[in-house]
Design a protein around this ligand. Structure first.
Ligand code: SF4
Length: 679
């Protein structure tokens, strides 16, 4: 659409897509968002990827939900807010009376603001009385939260995005940074130009593998083996940081012992890589002064996710890379506010600020602040909630596409007596709801998102809500009021004041202070400048804990019936379940449909050519999908992006989960592939 500059207004806000948290200006004409321009924010320095630049048209898209919907005789009918909210509140009361508060559960949202996540868990904990709250971090970094909480004391990126620019070595394992955190990948490449060395370990030959000094194309599910192999060599050759280990860590001897069997020879065999490359990578990492490790779901989405995270932590501690600038352990958080949703207590065991629900003094502190008594028992996780509650409230999530084993998810959602979905579009999950509430998008409300480097940044209202939709915080407040737990926030800034009063890491954060630039937590009080990198003086748990971990393989192995390994992930042009990017022409046309990557050798074995259709079957389901013959994957390994409803990868994926973090093994499923037709 063409427009004249004088007719438009420009408002600074935060990109709604990924955890990099790029700052951008949304240009509006009347109540329409007509353009997006990069802004020189602290994390993006004026850079934006295609989603930040072109991904805004979903905001004014005609498909936006504009009015509440109530399902009557299997069909949605438009309803007033009064009618929809009264129905929800009466169902909450009825369910609680009949079955108790734990028969209710809620999925909060990594897409929503901190203030909304805070209110969502407050609604469930204080007004309803259950800790059954979870969100999609269960599918991405739950293993980071549990692994790093054990070894370091806090599950977040230790360092800042821009520190990558001055690292000597950048070790990327299980992160396709170019597709998932594009602006960070650009900075990694800038660092390379300045002389940094890059090591990549991944089952796929991702774009950064081309830039790498060493590329370890490991078999899916062998992260611990490769990390342990590197550490074995580092110990054998005394390349570790003795003084650091002595002063700042504990339990080194036990880990040293546990690594004896992980010789580079043995590990090379397990991982399917060259022994010399493991040795080179170990030397490169250990001999550098400042080495940062960057990882994402290639590490966490395994039954060994928590242990893999601890293996990363062991390696970083061994070489003195924790508590140092330009180094660290850096989990890259996927969604725009998944860090914030965790920080705000969108987890069954944690109140805001990772304060445990079962700790008496913590529970008492919140009881005093909120004026109610609170449950002490840890709530259920996502899949447990899906399998057992009577009433489920989903805010801005789409488990019908994002969760493993979709057939099972559908069965569970249909089993639930009463399902509420609050979203900006009628998603695959919303289709199954009893009541749908139309929410405002990020462009229609004030608030904050916390990016992957712990930076709390402003989200600003740039247009009025579309139709009758309302900001999620307003909806949640109205429900609490109707439940007889009155809440009187006039603006999200007042919610942030409350967050700061109960959450130590956010203690000094106010809207005034983050007007022009966000602040990185921990920010303990009004005079605290925020924290660029963690553990400079002390590691959160006191000393860094070495924790022995062993390679155990994946839950599912290949056999005659299912002879191939399927792994899943994302592409640059689509986001998550495509509720937003699927409605943006410029993005959608780049990758409009799903596909399966198959290596040429495997394709020949199967007798399939590029663009032909195949049937892919796992022990849980089957899909028809187009073939993309490529050398990105190795023989017998395949890849499907999980974004698409048609040919959805998650019909095939495994629900078997990491025992500590309950994160399902989305990265490894055994499948069979058969040719079905020529296209
Ligand atoms: Fe948005 Fe992430 Fe792209 Fe930045 S890198 S513009 S935050 S999607």
């Amino acid at each position: 659409e063409s427009f004249r500059e004088w007719e438009t207004k420009s408002t600074l806000t935060t990109c709604p897509y990924c955890g990099v948290g790029c700052q951008l200006e949304l240009i509006t004409k009347g109540n329409q968002v007509v353009d997006s321009k990069p802004y020189k924010g602290p994390s993006n320095n004026g850079l934006l990827c295609v989603k930040g630049k072109f991904g805004y048209p979903f905001i004014n898209h005609p498909d936006r939900l504009k009015t509440p919907l109530i399902k009557k005789n299997g069909k949605f009918e438009e309803a007033s807010w009064e009618e929809a909210l009264n129905l929800i509140v009466s169902k909450i009361k009825e369910t609680k009376e009949k079955y108790g508060a734990n028969a209710l559960g809620g999925f909060t949202s990594a897409r929503c603001t901190n203030e909304e996540n805070y209110l969502f868990q407050k609604l469930f904990r204080a007004a309803i009385g259950t800790n059954n709250i979870d969100h999609c971090a269960r599918l991405c970094h739950a293993s980071t939260v549990s692994g790093l909480a054990t070894t370091l004391g806090s599950g977040a990126m230790t360092n800042s995005i821009n520190e990558v620019l001055d690292s000597d070595v950048i070790f990327i394992i299980g992160s396709n940074t170019t597709e998932n955190h594009p602006v960070i990948a650009t900075k990694m490449k800038q660092a390379k130009k300045k002389g940094a060395k890059i090591i990549v370990a991944d089952p796929r030959k991702i774009e950064l593998a081309d830039k790498a000094d060493i590329f370890l194309q490991i078999k899916p599910g062998t992260n611990i083996a490769v990390l342990n192999g590197m550490m074995n060599y580092i110990i054998e050759n005394e390349l570790y940081d003795k003084d650091y280990i002595e002063e700042r860590t504990e339990n080194f001897e036990e880990v040293k012992e546990s690594l004896i069997e992980y010789t580079p020879e043995k590990v090379a065999e397990i991982c399917g890589v060259n022994k010399d490359d493991i040795i080179k990578a170990a030397r490169m990492y250990a001999e550098s002064d400042k080495a940062g490790i960057y990882y994402a779901m290639g590490i966490t989405q395994h039954i060994t996710g928590t242990n893999s995270v601890m293996a990363i932590s062991n390696l970083a501690l061994m070489c003195g890379n924790v508590g140092k600038e330009n180094a660290g352990v850096n989990p890259l958080r996927g969604q725009n506010n998944v860090q914030g949703a965790c920080d705000m207590g969108g987890l069954p065991s944690d109140l805001p600020g990772y304060q445990k629900v079962f700790k008496e003094e913590i529970a008492e502190k919140f009881e005093k602040a909120w004026g109610v008594s609170l449950p002490r028992e840890v709530g259920m996780t996502m899949s447990e909630i899906l399998d057992s509650v009577k009433m489920l409230y989903i805010m801005g999530e789409n488990p019908m596409l994002s969760d493993p084993d979709i057939n099972h998810v559908k069965h569970s959602l249909e089993r639930i007596d009463f399902l509420v979905v609050q979203d900006i579009f009628l998603t695959e999950t919303a289709e199954l709801a009893d009541v749908v509430l139309p929410a405002a998008s990020f462009a229609e409300k004030d608030g904050t998102f916390t990016n992957t480097e712990r930076r709390v940044q402003r989200v600003r209202k740039v247009i009025e809500s579309i139709g009758d939709s309302k900001a999620d915080w307003q909806i949640l407040m109205e429900i609490m009021n109707k439940l007889g737990y009155p809440q009187k926030y006039r603006h999200p800034s007042e919610i942030m004041e409350e967050i700061a009063s109960v959450t130590p890491q956010y203690g000094g954060i106010t809207y005034d202070r983050i007007e022009t630039e966000g602040i990185q937590w921990p920010c303990l009080d009004k005079d605290h400048p925020g924290t660029k990198y963690l553990y400079k003086d002390a590691i959160a748990r006191g000393k860094g804990l070495f924790f022995p971990v062993y390679h155990t393989g994946s839950a599912e192995t290949t056999d005659k019936e299912y002879p191939y390994i399927l792994t899943t992930g994302r592409v640059l042009y689509q986001y998550h379940t495509r509720t937003m990017t699927g409605r943006v022409e410029k993005l959608n046309e780049k990758v409009p449909e799903s596909y399966i990557e198959i290596n040429e050798v495997t394709a020949n074995k199967l007798g399939v050519k590029d663009s032909e259709k195949v049937k892919v079957t796992s022990r849980r389901g089957s899909i028809d999908i187009k073939v993309k013959v490529t050398d990105i994957v190795e023989d017998n390994v395949m890849f499907i992006p999980f974004h698409f409803a048609e040919g959805a990868a998650n019909y095939l994926t495994n629900t078997k989960a990491d025992s500590a973090a309950k994160i399902p093994e989305l990265k490894v499923a055994a499948v069979n592939v058969e040719k079905i037709q020529r296209s």
